[in-house]
Design a protein around this ligand. Structure first.
Ligand SMILES: NC(=O)c1ccc[n+]([C@@H]2O[C@H](COP(=O)([O-])OP(=O)(O)OC[C@H]3O[C@@H](n4cnc5c(N)ncnc54)[C@H](OP(=O)(O)O)[C@@H]3O)[C@@H](O)[C@H]2O)c1
Length: 272
């Protein structure tokens, strides 16, 4: 599988370096290019220019954003496996560019940290009509749709959950820190709670789909009151209130629209 195939990786950041190493481990002949003079991973060749890297059968890009990637791409590329994060529109525009320039195109996103690359824990979501065997060197490829923008949409949607949860966790660490509780003391309870809350998502998803917000679990009213208390307690303890206040304001808008007795899922009516 893939042996004797030449692959270039553009970008030797944290993720690009991990991708290049995983390709070496999978038996590919790997060339790397990076803007600045970062050390190349063991057993890779360094290209002096992107054009030199484009001689490979496959080019994998993993740069910080599309803004910096776009000016580097040319129609000398044979197959482009684009793993740079972006918006769905950016992914679709790159797919269009590839089609117009005779470049085979695979759009993917990496739902993992660099340390997981090359293991089955690393989910690589990809979309569009094409799949490519190099993705298997990085982890577990999962096709999420024929629209080339779909992988980017999944990526941002899932990261949105992560950013909200991490923002909430850091608020909690800061709040408990004002009372001398260390992250080590508190974090096990946070992990247990987050796991438990994750089990509520399927039901919440159902409620949003059927717009049925009747609840015997917990009404929006008490959650708005709770968020007001969290913002107030944060203020009293002298820490930032951005995270709880933003959620309070959002939930309160749903409450003002008549959803006070409904479940938290009803907040989607405001978001939509
Ligand atoms: N790290 C993660 O956990 C993770 C997880 C999933 C997805 N990703 C995605 O993977 C991509 C790379 O992330 P990373 O963590 O590897 O970032 P990083 O460590 O900051 O590396 C960024 C890369 O982009 C290059 N770059 C930045 N500006 C450039 C420019 N103007 N011209 C040419 N190259 C430029 C950098 O080159 P220099 O070395 O010369 O600065 C470097 O190779 C991002 O789209 C990110 O969202 C990362």
């Amino acid at each position: 599988m893939g042996i004797n195939k030449t692959v270039s990786v553009l970008g030797l950041g944290r993720m690009g370096s991990a991708l290049a190493s995983a390709l070496v481990d999978a038996g590919y002949d790997v060339t790397v290019w990076n803007r600045s003079d970062k050390p190349a991973p063991p057993n890779t060749k360094r290209a002096a220019t992107p054009e030199e890297a484009f001689k490979s059968d496959v080019v994998v890009t993993c740069l910080s954003t599309y803004d910096v990637q776009e000016p580097l791409l040319t129609n000398e590329i044979k197959t482009l496996v684009n793993l740079t994060s972006g918006t769905p529109e950016e992914a679709r525009a790159t797919a269009e560019w590839a089609k117009a320039n005779g470049v085979e195109y695979v759009d993917g996103v990496i739902m993992a940290v660099p340390q997981q690359i090359g293991t089955k824990q690393a989910r690589i979501l990809y979309s569009g009509q094409q799949e490519h065997h190099v993705l298997q060197a990085f982890g577990e490829p999962v096709h999420v749709g024929d629209d080339p923008g779909m992988a980017a949409l999944y990526d941002l949607a899932l990261l949105g959950i992560m950013w909200s949860a991490f923002g909430g966790y850091l608020q909690a660490v800061a709040l408990l820190g004002t009372a001398g509780v260390t992250p080590q003391q508190f974090t096990p309870a946070a992990v247990d709670f987050l796991n438990e809350m994750g089990t509520l998502l399927p039901e919440m998803g159902e409620e949003t789909q059927h717009k049925n917000y009747e609840t015997d679990v917990s009404a929006l009213d008490i959650n708005v009151a709770g968020l007001r208390m969290l913002a107030e307690a944060s203020r009293q303890q002298g820490i930032d209130t951005t995270v709880p206040q933003a959620l309070h304001d959002l939930f309160q808008r749903a409450q003002a629209n008549g959803h006070g007795a409904h479940s938290i899922a009803s907040v989607i009516e405001v978001i939509r």
